[in-house]
Design a protein around this ligand. Sequence first.
Ligand code: 6R9
Length: 635
Amino acid sequence: MSNYHIKHLEEYFQVYRKSVRDPESFWEEVAEEHFMWRKKWDKVLSWDFSKPEVKWFEGAKLNITENCIDRHLTTRGDKTAIIFEPNNPEEEAEHITFRQLHERVCEFSNVLKDQGIKKGDRVCIYLPMIPELAISVLACARIGAIHSVVFAGFSSTALATRINDSDCKMVITSDGSYRGAKSIDLKGIVDDALENCPGVQTVLVAKRINSEIPMKKGRDKWLQPLLDNAYRDCVPEIMDAEDPLFILYTSGSTGKPKGMLHTTAGYMVYTAYTFKNVFQYKEEDVFWCTADIGWITGHSYIVYGPLANGATTVMFEGVPSYPDFGRFWEIIEKHKVNQFYTAPTAIRALAKENLEFVEKYDLSSIKVLGTVGEPINEEAWHWYNVNVGKKKSPIVDTWWQTETGGIMISPIPYATPTIPTYATLPLPGIQPALMDEQGNEIKGNQVDGRLCIKFPWPSMARTIWGNHQRYKDTYFSTYENKYFTGDGALRDEVGYYRITGRVDDVIIVSGHNLGTAPIEDAINEHPAVAESAIVGFPHDIKGSALYGYVILKETGESRDHNNLRKEINQIITEHIGPIAKLDKIQFTSGLPKTRSGKIMRRILRKIACNEMDNLGDTSTLLNPEIVQEIIDNKL
Ligand code: 6R9
């Protein structure tokens, strides 16, 4: 039996038991068999959650890009590593082989070195989803520089905060970006941000939209001429297992963004392992994750996890609605995608549109469907299963976080029976615990509580950049000797996990703890409802009462709102009980969301509580304009 690739349920249970009984030899075996080490480790694991300090594969030496690129050259040199699908479907897709990727990463690494970047320096990458994004990430890793990718939809303020927090010396950007029918002046945003970033010495600019842009003398440099003159080979920097690989800022609903720091060996082993198992990737498959690389999902499952397995990974520059709502399905047909990984918010948006958009395309290549980012509601799950998977492709509802580095709780397709809204079982090596508010672990099944992890796993973040105390306070202080995820979960009678939402969003009504996900799921069952979000607001008798924000489908918009309110509460009563009925229901055309599709309930809560003058940081919102509409129509 190989630990590395699980193929059926019995095998999962065997592997899981082994991983819990002896985590060190379990991970040691995985690491031994499937990676390229310049030197093996002296010790597999040392840990102390009270500090907190965690080290995996201490003493080992490696370079992650040798594992993602070089070692595939002999057997997979001509295999496509990256398929780049441009925003405009008329523009030809680009197929980059492992050999070409090697060359391009080496050239880029040499440019970074020529520009004075050394091991340990921080480099901010602010690029659209073009090949240079993946290549610059890998180039940093090759020379030991720490990359900090900032999603290229963030504002100049958000960018400046992140550049300064980790003291980046360099910014890599492009003249602009395409997003559907629009083009965006990225370099202008960088110029604005850099007014307040004295530490940045160099800006490398890739050409994408060929716009005329100002270049600041001495600071800004066009990338292409530098690449053209760079040598095509670059000896990788040999890194320690625990050397930093990257910083990635979490969207952070409150306060300053947190720069999660991930290190080299553990992150590599875990993302590669989970990629292989959760997507059941086979050698000839084409894998597509629709996330942006500016999000952890893109780091782990567009770049590192797939490439460490020698996989073909798709990078899509555009949006699901351009040139029309069939774009995702067109791309699946075009590149014969076998595994498709996206977010519930995208599924819901596409499910609102005419079915013809998906029925038009041949989706028979699909073997596995995945979701990530938020709880998937039952209706969206069924839509995905019927219309995209044609009821023959398992859906993996993958629960994890920027902090966890890789997928933690998820079905293994074709092994774990799936149930809508359940992330199901922990992956090998992951030991979840549900805790009560007094700090006791809740044992047994059919229980709910706060989700913690009680044993280290290889890809956990090691600290928050520049603020270890905050790392400790946020994740390791609520429960002794456990990592606290901030999420609530329930464990059903067979031990399956269902994530019920962020614990901060839990609302206590007449002494009952209510998670947001199950109530929103019930509301979304109403045929006229497209999406919803609930928050609490103060109530004299109940302590808190529930305020719902509901988006109607086009078909529901002409209906009498008071009747709809009654029907929605009727559904909630049937699914959950009268305790969860909403006191107020406001119909709206949209909900405030982060760029990765998560509803910012903090803003909705403040509006419901009449605290409009204190909405907090809205710089990472996808649709800031919706906030005013919601305020104007407040009940
Ligand atoms: C990968 C990613 C993490 C938070 C997490 C949880 C929510 C993610 C989920 C899910 C329910 C899932 N979340 N996946 N909730 N079911 N399958 O999303 O990272 O951006 O850091 O967000 O997202 O609340 O704590 P990140």
